[in-house]
Every structure is written in C-alpha cells, then in structure tokens.
Design a protein around this ligand. Structure first.
Ligand SMILES: Nc1nc2c(ncn2[C@@H]2O[C@H](COP(=O)(O)OP(=O)(O)OP(=O)(O)O)[C@@H](O)[C@H]2O)c(=O)[nH]1
Ligand SMILES: [Zn+2]
Length: 291
C-alpha cells in the first residue's frame, strides 16, 4: 500500500506521483459501482501490482472539487487580469473572483503585462479596491520579469489553478514559473495555451520551488448557474464583512431598509463599482431563475 496524488488521467489510467516516478494505475471496479471516479488532484491509496503499475484502492476525502475542468483538491485560484491588450476588465475579474470564492479557494489576484501600462497610478487604483476586500494583488510582467519571484513564492506548498480571460497571459506566466531547463514542458505548455477548452487532459505540474499548478484554466464557465441569490453576497468578502450588521438576516443588500452594506457603499467604505457588479450578478441569477 502506498499513497500519492493523481497528476494525470488518460483513457482509464491514473498516474500517481511517487518518488520513483508516476505509477500507472487502474481504478478498482468498486468505484464504478459506487459511481465514484478518481480525479486528477486526488490523494489516493494504491497497491503496486507490478513495478510502476498498480490499482487505486481508496480515494481520500476531497477539500475542493472543481467540475469544469475536473480537478480535486485545488487550494488556490490565481485570478489573472491583464493591464493591457486586452485592457483591464473589472467586471470580468469580479466574475472570476465570485467563482473562486464559491469553490472555497484561496485567491491571489495577478495583474499581467505591467510593461504595457502607461498610467502608473492604475495599479494602485486596482489595489485600493481589492486589498481592502482581503485580496493580495500582484503586478507582473513576463517581459521585464517584474513580480515573477513573488509569484513563485505565492505558489509554494499548494495546488493552484490559473483562471482568467483568454489572452490575459496565463500560459506565459506558467512558462515563466516552470523550470527553464524543462524545455519540453515549456514548449508543450505553450502549445496547450491554444485549444485548451477542447480535448486536453488536465495535468498537475510540479514547480521547482515546491508547489504545484494544474495546467487548466480553472473555470471554463462564468455564468452563475447553481448559485442562489442568497449565496452571492458571501462570494464578495468586502460585502460579507458588513452583512451581519444589516437589519434583516438574508438581506440581499438591494432595497432592504437598514442595509449596512448599502450604507458602507454610500460612505465609500465599499467600492461602488464592486457593489454595482454584485447587483448585476444578482440580476443575472434572478433572470436565470425565471426560465
Ligand atoms: N507585453 C506583454 N505581453 C504579454 C505578457 N504576458 C503575456 N503576453 C502576451 O499576451 C498574449 C497572450 O498570452 P497567453 O499567455 O497566451 O494568454 P492566456 O491567458 O494563456 O490565453 P488563453 O490560452 O487564450 O487562455 C501573448 O501574445 C503573450 O506573448 C507580458 O507580461 N507583457
Ligand atoms: Zn444588507
């Protein structure tokens, strides 16, 4: 019996990382009967039946479970937003943040392409919105190398996914933190940057400084299906912090009297744009319910 993490899954085989290499495993038949299946990211117990071959016998309880694409036990979402080409899109960033919060992940906001930014005050403006909400915001550039060491540091000791709009620079960042000598990984991973939503397999990559990254865009769906209106507030830490002081329990911070969140927006303690995005997402959730 040994334990390890599934780092890849290809046509019915699960590859479990061990100090000797990746052990090619099949899953025990009993999982199928129980309608369970091992996921990339799972910690499992396996039995080695032949050298470097085995059977997964137990799936350890998951701390998180992302569905599209499927990865288990992701701990951190690195939410990526570009500072130029494409220009910074706050609404899209908030959308990704909601999904990361919803999945119970720790969040790091990475601003990419700092080298393209002419207005130096922009980074501070963005930080002044998201830092009070509890997020760490790191400006980076793969062109100048700014922030890359800090990114490596932030990725240490946990499994992360990079999430963010297409073209924001996720693959470039991944290449920047992967070992320079590991050319093959670098090239493959660059190629994977394209068509990543189609037939690709999720793979967990080891980072040289410790820590792992799942080579997947994190969330491929950004609609709010499955999220109830009453749950949305909890996905905005800056709003949630004030919610206990609202007059009504279950306050949606919309038109209710005695709403502390709305007061905080008026007093500029909560960023107004974040609040407007919250209201818009709430509207979307209510729209979905109508159909
Ligand atoms: N100037 C500049 N360009 C960058 C930087 N990072 C990425 N780019 C460029 O931005 C474009 C998109 O980068 P990718 O890394 O492919 O973006 P992605 O988020 O992986 O995109 P998808 O694969 O579509 O999800 C490429 O042309 C990169 O060369 C940066 O720090 N500075
Ligand atoms: Zn309220």
């Amino acid at each position: 019996m040994a334990e390890g993490r599934i780092v890849r899954a290809v046509s019915g085989f699960y590859y479990v990382r061990s100090p000797e290499g990746d052990v090619q495993c099949r899953a025990r038949g009993v999982f199928k009967k129980k309608k369970e299946s091992p996921l990339v990211g799972d910690w499992v117990t396996y039995e080695e039946t032949d050298p470097m071959e085995g059977v997964v016998t137990r799936i350890h309880p998951r701390s998180t479970e992302l569905l599209r694409p499927p990865v288990a036990n992701v701990e951190q979402a690195v939410v990526v937003g570009s500072l130029g080409q494409p220009e910074f899109q706050p609404e899209l960033l908030d959308r990704f943040l909601v999904h990361a919060e919803r999945e119970g992940l720790a969040v790091l906001i990475l601003l990419t392409k700092r080298d393209l930014l002419e207005d130096e005050a922009e980074v501070e403006r963005i930080q002044s919105i998201y830092t009070p909400a509890g997020y760490r915001v790191l400006p980076t550039s793969v062109r100048t190398g700014e922030g890359i060491e800090a990114v490596k540091e932030a990725l240490r000791d946990q499994l992360s996914v990079f999430a963010g709009p297409s073209g924001a620079g996720k693959s470039s960042l991944l290449n920047a933190v992967l070992p320079a000598a590991d050319l093959q990984t670098g090239e493959v991973s660059k190629k994977r940057g394209r068509g990543r939503h189609t037939t690709r397999h999720v793979e967990i990559l080891d980072l040289p400084g410790g820590g792992q990254v799942a080579d997947t865009p994190g969330f491929s769906q950004l609609s709010f299906g499955g999220i109830e209106a009453t749950e949305l507030g909890a996905c905005f830490p800056d709003l949630t912090a004030r919610a206990p002081d609202c007059r009504f329990r279950g306050c949606l911070h919309k038109n209710e009297p005695g709403c502390r969140v709305k007061e905080a927006v008026e007093e500029k303690e909560i960023d107004e744009r974040r609040y407007r995005n919250y209201l818009q997402f709430l509207e979307e959730i209510n729209e979905q319910r109508r159909y």
